[in-house]
Design a protein around this ligand. Structure first.
Ligand code: PEP
Length: 253
């Protein structure tokens, strides 16, 4: 039985005060949830601060997700942060292949695969994002696009690596737009991803958690999470509002 997972991707938002307030209020309102696993994803700058807050007794049920890392463990890479540095702060998950990284920072499938491997090499779990654009959906190539993105990682890291990974289906046309994929549209692609993995390894396919991301909110979370192959959510905008995010977490519990 796969445990549901809800991850808040705070993107480039948050002051120290906001980070503290969000963590404290999310932690307080989710302490009694029994089944769902919850992670928060502050900026890399705030990781250390968030890690301290999350190790306090009242927030110790919250996991920590980083939004990015660099592929090399150390060296002359001005401005970058490595996997061992994040692991030292107790980071549990690292988001890799987010469409904003692919689009605004020109991250190719090869770079994404390298980040996926760097994450695992430091004992953390990559959340591998895949998703199609609106024109690709309209051209009927959604499944092809997400499988190409997934295959790039499988080819580089091997199918067994998916044992220690989470997938996130994030259609680009639904990210930050307010337009959510219908539960049928999301379920269809989640099923395609799981079936594809099953062709190589049925156990990993059964065990791997596939999150949906793209304008998840309190109003649509429950119906998305009720789908057979949707194991939780990667939540952007709505994760910045404690009440809304807590309500999404409750829908997954
Ligand atoms: C995201 O950035 O991963 C995301 C899903 O954003 P939003 O929920 O705002 O669409």
């Amino acid at each position: 039985m796969r445990q549901k997972l809800v991850v808040g991707n705070w993107k480039m938002h948050g002051s120290r005060t906001q980070v503290r307030q969000l963590i404290e209020s999310v932690a307080a309102s989710t302490a009694d949830l029994k089944k769902v696993e919850i992670a928060v994803g502050p900026t890399l700058l705030h990781i250390g601060f968030a890690a301290e807050l999350c190790t306090s007794e009242d927030a110790s049920h919250l996991k920590l997700a980083a939004q990015n890392l660099f592929t090399e463990p150390e060296g002359a890479f001005t401005g970058e942060v490595s996997a061992p540095m994040l692991a030292e702060y107790g980071v549990n998950y690292v988001i890799v292949g987010h469409s904003e990284r692919r689009e605004f920072f020109a991250e190719t499938d090869q770079v994404v695969a390298a980040k996926f491997k760097a994450t695992q090499a430091s004992g953390m779990i990559p959340i591998l994002c895949v998703g199609e654009s609106l024109s690709q959906r309209e051209a009927g190539t959604s499944a092809e696009v997400v499988l190409t993105q997934l295959n790039a990682v499988i080819q580089s890291a091997g199918i067994e690596a998916l044992q220690y990974a989470v997938l996130a289906y994030e259609p680009l046309w639904a990210i930050g737009t307010g337009k959510t994929a219908s539960k049928e549209q999301a379920q269809e692609i989640h099923h395609v991803l799981r079936e594809h993995i099953a062709k190589s390894n049925a156990t990993i396919a059964e065990d791997i958690r596939i999150l949906y991301g793209g304008s998840v909110k309190a109003a649509n979370a429950a119906e998305l999470f009720s789908q057979a192959d949707i194991d939780g959510g990667l939540v952007g905008g709505a994760s910045l509002k404690a009440e809304e995010f807590v309500s999404i977490c409750k829908s997954a519990d």
